[in-house]
Design a protein around this ligand. Structure first.
Ligand SMILES: [Zn+2]
Ligand SMILES: [Zn+2]
Length: 279
């Protein structure tokens, strides 16, 4: 049994921002004896039922989550539209209901370029949820990157106190990007200072390294750009694939706890769809 769980993963349902097809994904996870896997599509939960059923049928524990877009005020539909990211996972029934509520509010009331929530809304619906601090676009990471270490600490404490004890984790990623290298040390120190654990993710957008090109083309389609447009947004590297436990352990060789903690998170997440009573 593998001792690493992917807790941040985009499937084909991250509309034009994820190329990991659920059927193939589950097949690979089974081959690798993954005990569990999360689905955290961007601002939607379209893929959850299919993902849940496929995982269950193959003896893998499915973890349902969302990578949310966070605005200062989700009702404010003016101004900038580069939102913070945050990774949220459901622990139980209550958490799943909150996840659904947050998603529906994000679409119905919070939509402005993207479906958005804000931290107050998240606080109101935080029961039963686990929070990971997110990718480089997460507020804790952005503040660290900009050198606002005190503000980053305050932000992390706010998030820590928003969820049940021990259910907020500093999410660490290393795709070899210089911005990540700049903050990784700070992230580990911050976690220790405020008494929270770290968890390693790979922000999976596709299954194999060579699929990076497909991802790139999909991003062009979604933004209406062509492949040779020099100004277009693109993934900065080809490391966002479904890495193995060995690969992840090697990347975080000095911080094996961040790998081990993925199992702890997976053990806490026990939400199950009850198809008999819900349909
Ligand atoms: Zn992100
Ligand atoms: Zn992501």
């Amino acid at each position: 049994m593998s001792k690493f769980v992917h807790l941040h993963l985009h499937t084909e349902y991250s509309l034009l921002d994820g190329a990991a097809r659920i059927d193939k994904l589950v097949k690979i996870l089974k081959e690798r004896e993954a005990p569990a896997c999360a689905i955290t599509d961007h601002g939607n939960m379209y893929g959850t039922v299919k993902f849940f059923e496929k995982c269950k049928a193959n003896g893998i524990k499915p973890i349902i989550g969302t990578e949310f877009y966070v605005a200062d005020n989700y009702k404010d539909k003016t101004g900038k539209f580069d939102y913070a990211h945050i990774t949220i996972l459901a622990k139980n029934d209550e958490g799943y209901k909150n996840l659904c509520k947050l998603n529906s509010i994000a679409w119905i009331d919070g939509f402005y370029y993207k479906p958005r929530i804000d931290y107050n809304l998240l606080r109101e619906h935080s029961k039963g949820l686990i929070c990971l601090s997110g990718c480089l676009r997460g507020d804790v990471q952005q503040l660290l990157l900009q050198g606002f270490d005190e503000e980053a600490e305050k932000m992390a404490i706010t998030l820590r106190d928003m969820f049940d004890k021990g259910d907020f984790y500093i999410e660490v990623m290393d795709h070899g990007l210089s911005e990540q290298k700049q903050i990784l040390d700070k992230q580990f120190k911050l976690a220790e200072k405020i008494g929270v654990k770290t968890v390693a993710t790979n922000d999976v957008h596709y299954l194999y390294q060579e699929d990076a090109e497909v991802q790139d083309i999909m991003m062009c389609i979604s933004m209406g750009k062509t492949i040779d447009d020099p100004d277009r947004m693109r993934m900065q590297c080809n490391e966002f694939y479904l890495k193995t436990e060995e690969e992840m352990r090697q990347i975080f060789s000095a911080h094996q706890e961040a790998i081990d903690n993925t199992l702890e998170v997976a053990e806490k997440c026990n939400f199950e769809f009850d198809f008999k009573s819900s349909f």
